[in-house]
Design a protein around this ligand. Sequence first.
Ligand SMILES: Cc1cc2nc3c(=O)[nH]c(=O)nc-3n(C[C@H](O)[C@H](O)[C@H](O)COP(=O)(O)OP(=O)(O)OC[C@H]3O[C@@H](n4cnc5c(N)ncnc54)[C@H](O)[C@@H]3O)c2cc1C
Length: 498
Amino acid sequence: MTALRMPEPDAGVFARRAEIVRRLGEIVPGEGVIADARGLAPYESDGVTVYAQAPLVVVLPETVEQVSRVLAYCHQEGIKVVPRGAGTSLSGGALPLADGVLMSMMKFNRVLDIDFPNRCAVVQPGVTNLGITRAVEHEGFYYAPDPSSQIACSIGGNVAENSGGVHCLKYGLTTNNVLGVEMVLMDGTVLRIGGKHLDSPGYDLMGLIVGSEGLLGVVTEVTVRILRAPETARAVLVGFNSSEAGGQTVADIIAAGIIPGGMEMMDRPAIHAAEDFVHAGYPRDAEALLIVELDGPAAEVSHLIERVAEIARGNGCVDLRVSNSDAERLVFWAGRKAAFPAVGRISPDYLCMDGTIPRKELPHVLARMRAMGEHYGLRCANVFHAGDGNLHPLILFDANVPGELDKAEAFGADILRLCVEVGGCLTGEHGVGVEKRDLMPAMFDEIDLAHQIRVKCAFDPKQLLNPGKVFPQLHRCAELGRLHVQRGALPHPDIPRF
Ligand SMILES: Cc1cc2nc3c(=O)[nH]c(=O)nc-3n(C[C@H](O)[C@H](O)[C@H](O)COP(=O)(O)OP(=O)(O)OC[C@H]3O[C@@H](n4cnc5c(N)ncnc54)[C@H](O)[C@@H]3O)c2cc1C
């Protein structure tokens, strides 16, 4: 476990713990409250297990009214709340607070309405991403955004993180596939934004809510767009002897006006780890592997496969295979989809970074990352959503070796600063959470950050919902703008700073 500066715990809340547990039990009776140390243990961390903290208490509401009453009570009593879905976040967004209530939304697990004529489904936030596709596939439909964690992660978490996946290059991220949400604000107010219709008058609040990382409200219902499954999907597996050639192929495919259903790249260490794990038939001697999926009507797919193959050959590929059956296509993907656990087999620990760069910068960024790896003495395996320019460097280390975690974190921070330096950004799809919180000033100046915090304050003026995440400094809503210290006198000295 590593030290992480979080908001100062409120001693008054600890002192009232028994009373808080009792009140929550009244609002969510039966098995809705977990307060014993053993029961709290599974909630101590999310996918970023290097940070762990038991919450004050876990509450598992089942109805919107319960969510609203719990939040209103916590608002009135000044108690912090951290929303949680399936706990697969890779940025520490669901990390509990010692003096905070952890609100698990996993009992909200029902599909409420499937509306095929309007091409949408209304689901509760605890339904898994894959669960939505499972509910509509009997009629030939699916939900397009497909994080690799889709078997486990919840749609509520996807909304909070604006999650992406292989298919997002062509079909958009979560934000492009969510039509409406119901959300409960920290003071208990229930708010509906959007719906089955395509556009809404006024500000684009949906754009604000998707990706808000549990800081603005607790999502209790989501209306998602569902799509007809494509008639055909085929994949091309291409090996290159340099990542530059792979990166150029990606750029040439997009420049040719082809938008693949998915376009993913892996470097040599990732290829080897995946091949050893799932035996997908990846070329072990390749420096870079590209998987390009084309989907649509069969004739169009055949034509596009040929064009992609031509472009790859033009860039000197050393291996090229086209899937001839759906089973073979899925085998091509199996290695990529299992890349994270595969890397977990070759290193005691790894940090999964998530940054985005303009596509053309890929070769330059890869070369700089190699140099950084040598500087820190750490290995790095790379998987990319190549079409989106979204990098996932996996930094390998051993937390039992003193100092290695610090080195891995410094290496990761350097990579993210590099993404910003070349015109990209700090996150592609995993969110900021606590992992990238302190790097926000590398991307935003004080004015940008102050405006973002103003938005937070409009929804949650007491800063009780998921505090300590996303924003590098704890501002109170009264204290926005520049911190001007005059003659050593700190403005608002009562505000806890961390
Ligand atoms: C092996 C693995 C592979 C992954 N692959 C991908 C990938 O390909 N693409 C990708 O984008 N991500 C990926 N992820 C990251 C993760 O799965 C996503 O961020 C996912 O959306 C998190 O969903 P969750 O239900 O687990 O949310 P949690 O981890 O529980 O929470 C994540 C954030 O959402 C907030 N939140 C959760 N539910 C609600 C709610 N109902 N209302 C308000 N806020 C809420 C939490 O407060 C927290 O800030 C991967 C993770 C793992 C472990």
